[in-house]
Design a protein around this ligand. Structure first.
Ligand code: ADP
Ligand code: ADP
Ligand code: ZN
Ligand code: ZN
Length: 754
C-alpha cells in the first residue's frame, strides 16, 4: 500500500441497501460531510458500511468465545474497506437511564465536583463518595437518592380561600362534622372563622405540620386528653409512610387522588444525606451547585482559588466550558438525562468525547445540528473542528448549509432516493460543491424567500400565564387556520410552551413527532397506513379465497418465522441475533399463499415494492390515496414491507404525517419536521403544510430552519436566550415584520432575504 493511501479511508465497491458499487476515499484527520436527499444512501455508506465494518473489526479483537456472545456484526457488502480506525458513533438516540442518570453523571463532571467538595468543602465530611447520590453512604436515606417521594397534593388537600368552618380542609375524613375536624377546632389556637390565607406563617405551620401533642379538650361534657397533630403530617404518617398493601382497596382508592410525587421532604430533592448537604464551598452545597445552570456554575468554580483545589478546578472548568461551547449552558448538572431532547442528547455525548484523550478515532455524527438555532451552529462547528484538530477523523451526515460550509471534504450522494440514488454525485471542496450543478450545490446557492402574503387567522387559541420550567408568565395567542412557526435558540422554551403547556390543554391536537412508530415487529408502512387491509381484500377477491390468508399473523404466514421473515436467536444475556428465515427466505408467507397472484404479483412481491412502484401498480382509490400521501411527504423510496424499526426519526415523523393528511379542522403540532430532510425536500414539506392549512387546519411547528420560518404566516420567537435567560416571547408577527424586530435574534438571520 502506498504511503499516501494511508491518509485516506478507502472504500471500494460498496453495495449495502441502494448503493451502486460505490467507491470513495475519505481523508483522515479531516471533516468529511455527507450530503444528499433523504433516502439517497448517506446512512448506507456511513453507518451500514463504515461504522458496521469498524464494529466488526473491533469484535475480531475478542476471543472466539467472547465473540459468541456479541451481537453478530456481519461483513458489510463491499469489496474492500481499508485504513479504518476505531469508530465512535455519536447519534441522536435519547439518553435513557432513569433518575440515577443525570447530565453530571453522563458527562463525568459530577465525580470531579464531588472530588472538589471532598478537598475544599467546609466542614470536612470525608471522602468523595459521601457526595454521590448513587452511593449508599451519600444518598438521602429517606428517598434512597431519588430525590422524590410521595407527598400530599397541597392543591387538593386544602382551600386557602376558606376558613375551617367553611370547610378549608378537603382531605377525606375532615368534613366539618367529622371527629378529626372537631378535634382540630377544639384543640385551641385556631380561629375557625379566619380564612387560611389570613393565617400567619407559624399558625399555618402548626395547623399543617404541628407535631403530635396532648391537648385537654371538652368533649361530650367531659374533659379529655387527646392527641392532636398537623393534619398534613397526620395524613402522611397514616397513608403515605405506610405500606400500601396493608390498606384496604377502598381506602387506597379514597386517598390516592390526594397523593402525588414531589420533592423528597428530607433532602428537598437534593438526593443527598444531611451530612453531605452541610458541606459548603463559598456558601453553596453540592446540590445547589448541581442545580445551577452550567453557564453560571462555571463562574462560581472559577472563583475558587485554593491551591489544594487547583488541578480539580482546572479539569472542572475545562469540561464545563465544553458544555458552554456547544450551547448547553442553560442545562443544569442535576438534569435527568431522559428528559433531554435528541439534539441535546447528541451534544452531551459529544462533550463526553471532547474531554476524552482518545486520538485517531473516527467520529461519526448523524445530523448534529438538530435542535440548534442558526445563531448557535458556529458553536457546533467549533467542536467538530476541535475533534479534528486533536487528530481524529470526523464524518458527518448533515443537511444544514451552515455546517456543510466547514467541511474539509464533501461527499454528495444522489441523485435521488432509493433505487434512483446510491451513487456519488460529487466529491471535493465546499466551493466546488456550489459549482457542481448537483441538487445540493444548486440549493446552497438559492436565496431565502420571505413570505409577503401571510394568511389571515380564522381565530385564536390562548396560552395564559404559563410558568413551567423557564417560562416567565407567558401569555400568548396562537392564531388558528394558519401556519405558525415557534422558534428561538435552544433552551428558550419552545418545547415547554408547545409540547408541555399548549398540548396539556389541547389534547385533541394531532402530534406529529419523531418517536418510533409501530407496535409490533411485524409493523411496516403497509400495515401502519392501512394499505395492507385493502391489499389483502384485493388479493382475496382476485383469487376467491379468504383474506385472512394474506395476514402476517394468520395460518397463511410462514410457520417457521411466524410471518416475520427473520428468526431471532436468543443468546443467554445479550441482544438476540436476527437471521433470515430459511424456510420462506424472508418472503414471510407459505408457498401456497405466494402462489396467489394479483395482476401477476404475489403478496411478497407487493411488499417488496417501493411506494413509487406501488403507485404505478395499484389503481384502487383508497390505496392510491394513501400511497400518494406517502409520496407527498417524500417517502417514495421506502418499501411497503420495510420493518418500521428501520426508519429514522425523521422518516417516522413523515409517515405519521402521511397517515393524518386527510383530516380537516384539526390542530397539528410538529417538532422540527425538517429533521433528516435535504434542502430540496423542504419545499415539498412546505407544500404539505400549506395544503393542510388550506384544508382548514391549524398547523403549529417548532423549527429552526430558516426556509420554514421565512414561509410562515405567523412567527412566535422565544428568547432572548436559553434557560433562565429565556422563557419570554420576544416577537410575534409575520415574516415581513420580524426582520425589523430589534429584539429578535431570529429576525437578524432572516435579514438579507428577498
Ligand atoms: P439516507 O441516509 O441518505 O437518508 P439511507 O442510506 O438510509 O439514505 O437509505 C438508502 C436506501 O436504502 C433507501 O431506499 C432506504 O429505504 C433503504 N434502506 C435503508 N435501510 C434499510 C434497511 N434496513 N432495509 C431495507 N432498506 C433499507
Ligand atoms: P427549547 O424547546 O426552546 O429548546 P425547552 O422548552 O426544551 O427549550 O427548555 C426550556 C428550559 O426548560 C430549559 O432551561 C430547559 O433546560 C428546561 N427544561 C426543559 N425540559 C425540562 C425538564 N423535563 N425538566 C427540567 N427542566 C426542563
Ligand atoms: Zn431525599
Ligand atoms: Zn419464514
Amino acid at each position: 500500500m502506498s504511503e499516501s493511501n494511508q491518509e485516506y479511508i478507502v472504500i471500494s465497491g460498496a453495495r449495502e441497501n441502494n448503493l451502486k458499487n460505490v467507491s470513495l476515499r475519505i481523508p483522515k484527520r479531516k471533516i468529511t460531510i455527507f450530503t444528499g436527499v433523504s433516502g439517497s444512501g448517506k446512512s448506507s455508506i456511513v453507518f451500514d458500511t463504515i461504522a458496521a465494518e469498524s464494529t466488526r473489526l473491533l469484535n475480531e479483537n475478542f476471543s472466539m468465545f467472547v465473540r459468541n456472545f456479541l451481537p453478530r456484526a456481519p461483513q458489510p457488502d463491499a469489496d474492500a474497506i481499508e485504513n479504518l480506525s476505531m469508530a465512535v458513533i455519536v447519534d441522536q438516540k435519547r439518553l435513557g437511564g432513569g433518575s440515577h442518570s443525570t447530565m453530571g453523571t453522563i458527562t463525568d463532571i459530577s465525580p470531579i465536583l464531588r472530588l472538589l467538595f471532598s478537598r475544599v468543602g467546609q466542614p470536612y465530611v470525608g471522602q468523595a463518595h459521601m457526595f454521590s447520590f448513587n452511593d449508599p453512604q451519600g444518598m438521602c436515606p429517606e428517598c434512597n437518592g431519588i430525590g422524590r417521594s410521595l407527598c400530599v397534593d397541597m392543591n387538593k388537600a386544602l382551600d386557602m380561600s376558606k376558613s375551617l368552618n367553611e370547610g378549608s380542609i378537603m382531605l377525606p375524613g375532615y368534613s366539618t362534622d367529622s371527629f378529626d375536624w372537631t378535634m382540630i377546632v377544639q384543640s385551641g389556637p385556631f380561629d375557625p372563622d379566619k380564612k387560611l390565607s389570613d393565617y400567619s406563617e407559624e399558625e399555618l405551620e402548626q395547623l399543617l405540620y404541628g407535631k403530635a401533642r396532648k391537648v385537654a379538650t371538652q368533649f361530650g361534657g367531659k374533659t379529655m386528653n387527646i392527641t392532636v397533630e398537623g393534619f398534613i403530617e397526620k395524613f402522611t404518617n397514616k397513608y403515605i409512610k405506610r405500606d400500601v398493601k396493608t390498606m384496604s382497596e377502598r381506602t387506597q382508592q379514597t386517598v390516592a387522588p390526594f397523593i402525588i410525587e414531589g420533592a423528597c421532604s428530607s433532602c428537598r430533592g437534593a438526593r443527598l444525606s444531611q451530612a453531605a448537604l452541610s458541606c459548603r464551598i463559598h456558601g453553596l452545597n453540592i446540590a445547589e451547585m448541581s442545580s445551577m445552570e452550567v453557564g453560571e456554575l462555571i463562574r462560581v468554580i472559577r472563583e475558587i482559588d485554593d491551591p489544594v483545589a487547583g488541578p480539580v478546578v482546572k479539569s472542572l472548568t475545562e469540561r464545563l466550558q465544553h458544555l458552554v461551547d456547544i450551547g448547553l449552558d442553560y442545562l443544569t448538572l442535576d438534569r435527568e438525562t431522559d428528559t433531554l431532547s435528541g439534539g441535546e442528547s447528541q451534544r452531551v455525548k459529544m462533550v463526553k468525547h471532547l474531554s476524552g484523550s482518545l486520538v485517531d478515532v473516527t467520529y461519526i455524527f448523524d445530523e448534529p445540528s438538530v435542535g440548534l438555532h442558526p445563531r448557535d451552529v458556529h458553536r457546533l462547528n467549533g467542536l467538530l473542528q476541535k475533534l479534528r484538530d486533536k487528530g481524529n477523523t470526523v464524518i458527518v451526515v448533515e443537511h444544514d448549509p451552515d455546517v456543510i460550509k466547514v467541511a474539509d471534504h464533501i461527499v454528495d450522494v444522489g441523485p435521488h432516493a432509493g433505487s434512483r440514488g446510491g451513487t456519488i454525485m460529487y466529491e471535493g471542496s465546499f466551493h466546488g460543491l456550489l459549482e457542481s450543478g448537483t441538487l445540493t450545490g444548486n440549493h446552497m446557492k438559492r436565496p431565502l424567500q420571505l413570505k409577503r402574503d401571510a394568511r389571515k387567522p380564522a381565530g385564536k387559541l390562548h396560552i395564559q400565564k404559563a410558568t413551567l420550567h423557564n417560562l416567565r408568565n407567558v401569555s400568548v395567542e396562537l392564531p388558528t387556520g394558519v401556519l405558525t412557526v415557534v422558534t428561538g435558540v435552544a433552551g428558550s422554551g419552545k418545547s415547554t410552551l408547545i409540547n408541555d403547556v399548549f398540548l396539556s390543554e389541547h389534547s385533541d391536537a394531532i402530534v406529529i413527532d419523531q418517536s418510533a412508530v409501530g407496535v409490533s415487529t411485524r409493523s411496516n408502512p403497509a400495515t401502519y397506513t392501512g394499505i395492507m387491509d385493502d391489499v389483502r381484500k384485493a388479493f382475496a377477491s382476485a383469487n376467491k379465497v379468504n383474506q385472512g390468508l394474506f395476514s402476517f399473523n394468520s395460518k397463511g404466514a410462514c410457520e417457521n418465522c411466524q410471518g416475520l421473515g427473520v428468526v431471532y436467536t436468543d443468546l443467554a444475556f445479550l441482544e438476540s441475533v436476527k437471521l433470515p428465515c430459511e424456510v420462506c427466505g424472508g418472503r414471510r408467507f407459505k408457498e401456497e399463499v405466494l402462489a396467489y397472484k394479483l395482476n401477476g404479483k404475489s403478496i411478497a412481491d407487493v411488499l417488496e415494492m417501493t411506494v413509487e412502484q406501488a403507485l404505478e401498480f395499484f389503481q384502487l382509490k383508497e390505496v392510491v390515496r394513501k400511497l400518494q400521501a406517502m409520496s407527498d411527504v417524500g417517502l417514495n423510496y421506502i418499501t411497503l414491507g420495510q420493518p418500521l424499526s428501520t426508519l429514522s426519526g425523521g422518516e417516522c415523523q413523515r409517515i405519521k404525517l402521511a397517515s393524518e393528511l386527510h383530516k380537516k379542522g384539526s390542530i397539528y403540532v410538529m417538532d422540527e419536521p425538517t429533521t433528516g430532510l435535504h434542502m430540496s425536500d423542504i419545499g415539498h414539506l412546505m407544500e404539505i403544510m400549506n395544503r393542510l392549512v388550506d384544508a382548514g387546519n391549524t398547523v403549529i411547528v417548532i423549527e429552526h430552519n430558516l426556509d420554514v420560518i421565512s414561509q410562515a404566516d405567523w412567527i412566535i420567537d422565544m428568547g432572548p436566550d436559553g434557560g433562565s435567560q429565556g422563557g419570554q416571547v420576544v416577537f410575534e408577527g409575520t415574516p415581513a415584520q420580524i426582520i425589523h424586530a430589534e429584539a429578535s435574534i431570529t429576525g437578524r438571520y432572516l435579514q438579507g432575504t428577498s
